[in-house]
Design a protein around this ligand. Structure first.
Ligand code: TYD
Length: 236
């Protein structure tokens, strides 16, 4: 008897009334700033908005973030690292993102599955395919409606990060060759230009980038569904 491990989600997810937008890009691409600006703009437009991030967004996710990003806590091999990110994502999808989408919110998430494909798949060499399959299983295939990939040349991104100095986390502290593989992976994903992904030029003034991000997101949005008594709170 052969027993095969399959990472295919058990059954397709039912549709939800919300909108799920992810911001992706290498370290120093400015996606956290852009996620905040986008969320504020959506709120102004009257939407029920949840701004969240990975790894993180739930209590267990924030603990796993500490574990995987803080330096000096012992060795973490690539497979363990991939599973920690996937575990944080499973909690995020089941406990926060899924319920928010079911009540009709717009979820703006700073990083998601493509980050694992780029960092653990390409950066660590585990392969984009298996790492993506693991996350699809972990989230029961909760997919973004749109992933905005911010495109910033590595040299510019490293310069933006320069100010972080010794405060670099475990991944940021990796050498340029690692970050080149990560950026090349994001560029490949964006180039495929398949439904649900948009490459946005992340260079130039913050406001100019924000306008490009808004142009990519706006066509997705329906009539605002304001937060009711049921919720509407972001975690950060
Ligand atoms: P990020 O929140 O962008 O860092 P910062 O606080 O500096 O804005 O992301 C944390 C780091 O985790 C970043 O270096 C990318 C990495 N990462 C992965 O390697 N795999 C993943 O699946 C995710 C979500 C992040």
């Amino acid at each position: 008897m052969t027993s095969e491990l399959s990472f295919s989600p058990a059954s397709p997810r039912p549709p939800h009334p919300g909108t799920f937008v992810v911001l992706e890009g290498g370290d120093g691409s400015g996606k956290s700033t852009q996620a905040r600006i986008l969320a504020a703009r959506l709120e102004e437009a009257g939407h029920d908005v949840v701004l969240t991030r990975e790894p993180g967004g739930t209590e267990v996710g924030e603990r796993l973030r500490e574990l995987v990003l803080r330096q000096g806590q012992g060795e973490i091999d690539p497979h363990t690292e991939a599973l920690i990110y996937a575990a944080a994502r499973a909690a995020h999808a089941h406990q926060l993102i899924g319920p928010a989408l079911e009540r009709g919110a717009v979820v703006v998430c700073d990083r998601y599955i493509d980050s694992s494909a780029a960092y653990q798949g390409a950066g660590r060499g585990l392969g984009e395919g298996p790492v993506t399959a693991l996350s699809r299983w972990a989230t029961e295939d909760l997919q973004p409606d749109l992933t905005v990939v911010l495109d910033v040349p590595l040299a510019d991104a490293r310069e933006r990060m320069g100010g972080r100095g010794d405060g670099a986390d475990r991944l940021e502290a990796e050498p340029d060759a690692f970050h080149s593989r990560v950026n090349a992976s994001f560029a490949r994903l964006a180039e495929r230009a398949e439904r649900g992904r948009a490459a946005v030029d992340g260079t130039g003034a913050v406001e100019a980038v924000a306008a490009r991000v808004w142009d990519a997101v706006e066509p997705l949005l329906g009539t605002p569904r304001p937060a009711d008594e049921g919720g509407g709170e972001g975690l950060r």
